[in-house]
Write a protein that binds this ligand. Structure first.
Ligand code: ADP
Length: 437
């Protein structure tokens, strides 16, 4: 601006000097040198004065603050321009405030997420990344401007990102020291051009463990069902072909019956477990009084107990919990059945019902063979039987205690097993009032 004003003043002054000089030259041919010198001096002075004038005019304009009304009074001519500037300024400030607001809101939302979210540009540079993303992958905090490969440089992760960059939604599970993580990379494209990708990172440790358990369960069930069926098939085949002597038929028949019994218990246990696995099944919550329920169960098991001369009793107090009666009776039944199965001839077992703040406690104590300490951690696993040779003589499926654990978990309670001087002690704690009621 200074330059333009300077030029206009300078050109106007220079033209007047040139015109005056030309007039002087035309009127007298003498003293041309003096006239030229005079013209040059005048031009220089014009030049300096034009520059100073231009600066003087422009200086206050440079300092104009369109938001201050006092400037309007000074420069009335600039008023429309200042108005427009003020409006524009207001609009820009509003946009900036909105942008900051939505950015803060976006970061507030993403920061409160348990899953990681990373937005990446087409050159794999991070545009936005929440804390969960780097925490889940156990890497130091990342900032915008870093490459997404700072999260992980493993080949599967790179391939997942590259696939998404190529327009394909890609999904992988990676194992870290902290657990299993699912990474989903999704391309963001407008009219076929990839504008970037959005990467989600989730903790799937529990899901993966459940999936593994389900696979193992299916293979164990098939194995456990196949064994008695193969025996039944073999024996009945021999009977059908007349390969068994008449005096042995009863014994072979007994074997078939034993294996069929085993199949029935196995199927019953599997049905109980799958019922507990059905998380969507409607809950039959009701008030269940544990003392009388325990008495009922002792009664149901009395015949089995009599065969080993085992005595049983319920002690403690009447405590009621909100829960599913069938599942709670399965829990106590399985603990008592084990207290008989793994007890000595002539032994005993006791169910004690008591309560601690907000919780009911069921303690089943027996005088049996106990469980070696090193097995205590695993007895609640599906199909786990302590020392196959010792358990072989005692019928069982290896599912009883997992039904107990699952049933107790269904009521948001806990179960633990400890050895006592005499035998085993199983302690179940159940919330008296369930939050899911
Ligand atoms: P099972 O059908 O074999 O009894 P469980 O899941 O009920 O299966 O029990 C798992 C294992 O824990 C059993 O095989 C047994 O070795 C051990 N066990 C369970 N309860 C007792 C107990 N009261 N005393 C001694 N050992 C027990």
């Amino acid at each position: 601006m200074v330059k333009k004003i300077f030029l206009s003043i300078f050109i106007t002054s220079a033209l007047s000097v040139t015109a005056a000089t030309a007039a002087a030259l035309l009127s007298s041919s003498e003293g041309i040198g003096a006239v030229i010198l005079f013209a040059v001096v005048i031009l220089l002075i014009t030049c300096l004065s034009a520059f100073l004038t231009a600066c003087k005019i422009v200086r206050p304009i440079k300092n104009i603050d369109p938001t201050q009304p006092r400037f309007r009074k000074v420069y009335k001519e600039l008023s429309p321009l200042l108005d427009r500037l003020k409006k524009q300024n207001g609009r820009v400030n509003r946009y900036m405030a909105e942008l900051t607001d939505s950015r803060e809101q976006f970061s507030l939302i993403t920061e409160s997420m348990k899953d990681g979210i990373v937005i990446v540009d087409p050159k794999t540079i991070i545009l936005s990344c929440n804390s969960a993303a780097f925490q889940l992958l156990g890497v130091p905090p990342l900032t915008e401007g870093q490459s997404i490969y700072a999260l992980s440089n493993d080949e599967p992760f790179r391939r997942c990102i590259q696939d998404a960059m190529g327009g394909l939604r890609s999904e992988i599970v990676i194992s870290t020291d902290m657990g299993d993580r699912k990474v989903i990379a999704s391309p963001a494209s407008i009219s076929d051009a990839i504008n970037g990708i959005v990467v989600f990172i989730m903790d799937v440790t529990e899901e993966q463990a459940l999936e593994k358990m389900r696979r193992e369960f299916t293979s164990n069930v098939s194995h456990e069902l196949k064994t008695p069926l193969t025996t039944i098939y073999g024996i009945s085949d021999m009977l059908a072909n007349g390969m068994v002597r008449a005096e042995n038929v009863a014994e072979f028949g007994g074997n078939i019956r034993r294996e069929a019994d085993r199949l029935i218990s196995l199927i019953n246990d599997i049905v109980s477990l799958s019922r507990l696995d059905e998380t969507d099944a409607p809950r039959q919550w009701e008030e269940v009084e544990l003392y009388s329920l325990s008495e009922e169960i002792i009664d149901r098991l009395s015949k089995t107990a009599e065969k080993k001369n085992i005595t049983a009793k319920v002690t403690g107090e009447k405590v009621a919990v909100m829960g599913d009666r069938i599942i709670l009776s399965e829990v106590i039944y399985n603990l008592c059945e084990n207290a008989i199965k793994y007890n000595k001839e002539g032994g005993n077992y006791t169910i004690r019902i008591s309560h601690i703040p907000m919780k009911a406690v069921i303690t089943v104590t027996d005088t049996g063979i106990g469980i070696p300490e090193e097995h205590l951690d695993r007895i609640f696993e599906r199909f786990y039987r302590v020392d196959k040779s010792r358990s072989q003589k005692i019928k069982g499926t290896g599912l009883g205690l997992s039904i107990v654990k699952h049933g107790v978990g269904y009521h948001k309670g806990t179960v633990r097993a400890v050895n006592s001087d005499e035998g085993m002690v199983f302690i179940v704690e159940l919330p008296i009032k369930n939050t899911d009621e």
